[in-house]
Design a protein around this ligand. Structure first.
Ligand code: BGC
Length: 262
């Protein structure tokens, strides 16, 4: 790993946030910068905002790689889905667009996969020797599956079909807000969701991230599961930190990864 801080950028539906990360500690080296996501959040418009964030931290990060998260499936640098973002990301060579716009090596990764990597390297699942599932409860549900520190990318467990519904349409944190229900009622939805996740994957540890994890004491104790279930530790820096870690890992071990599509 590198001595210099590495820039991580987290693209979300309402804000694009970035900060240089100290990869020794997993902490932000400088306060993060947040810029509103453009109303029309096309790849080109988002790349411009990402460019502003990179320019803002250019002095600190040198010319190293940058990690960027996106709430979409990413295979070989191509974004394949767009559950809660502009549909123009579907089948878009997004990594290449960012690389051309920024003139740097970019690693583009699913937002929940980045959060999972951060929790496993620095947070609630640090050095866990078994099977960890990290879920992020927000506008949608994101997931990361990590076994003995190795990420299995693009797991998309927010889209499991449960009782005839797309799981995130029933159990994302945005559903709690939209319906205005209590944490007790929301916990019943989470119980059904995590039961199904357990039945299929049998994780040793489930980590719950996303904005609601700050209130974890109000709903996690109500869940009855086989696996231990704990709140995430990195809260709103998880995406930034995980993206930075994965970017360095990718460019330090290019031989271990399938190449991005040219
Ligand atoms: C998307 C995932 C994303 C998650 C959290 C889901 O709707 O399909 O790719 O990780 O939302 O943003």
């Amino acid at each position: 790993m590198t001595d210099r801080p590495v820039l991580g950028i987290d693209i979300g539906g309402s804000g694009i946030k970035g900060a240089p990360v100290n990869l020794e500690t997993g902490e932000l080296a400088t306060k993060r910068l947040r810029i509103e996501t453009p109303k029309k959040s096309t790849p080109e418009n988002v790349a411009k905002v990402v460019g502003e964030i990179v320019a803002n931290f250019a002095d600190q990060i040198g010319d190293g790689p940058i990690g960027i998260t996106i709430p979409a499936v990413v295979t070989h640098g191509i974004t394949r889905s767009a559950a809660n973002i502009d549909k123009s990301w579907i089948n878009c060579p997004a990594e290449k667009i960012f690389e051309e716009h920024l003139g740097r090596n970019i690693f583009l990764v699913n937002d929940a996969d980045a959060a999972g990597a951060a929790e496993v390297h620095y947070g609630a699942a640090k050095d866990h020797p078994g099977l960890v599932i990290v879920t992020t409860l927000g506008t949608g549900i994101g997931s990361a599956i990590i076994h003995r520190g190795v990420l299995v990318p693009n797991s998309e467990l927010g889209h499991l079909e449960i009782d005839g519904h797309d799981a995130e349409s029933q159990a994302a944190a945005s559903v709690k807000d939209k319906l205005g229900i209590s944490y007790e009622k929301y916990a019943k939805r989470l119980q059904r969701y995590y039961e199904e996740v357990e039945k299929l994957f049998w994780p040793d540890l489930i980590v719950v991230g996303g904005g609601v994890s700050k209130d974890a004491s109000k709903f996690l104790p109500l869940l009855k599961l086989n696996a231990e279930i704990v709140p995430a530790k990195l809260l709103n820096s998880a995406g930034i930190v995980g993206a930075a870690w994965l970017a360095v890992d990718r460019f330090e071990h290019p031989d271990l990864l399938l190449p991005s599509t040219p």
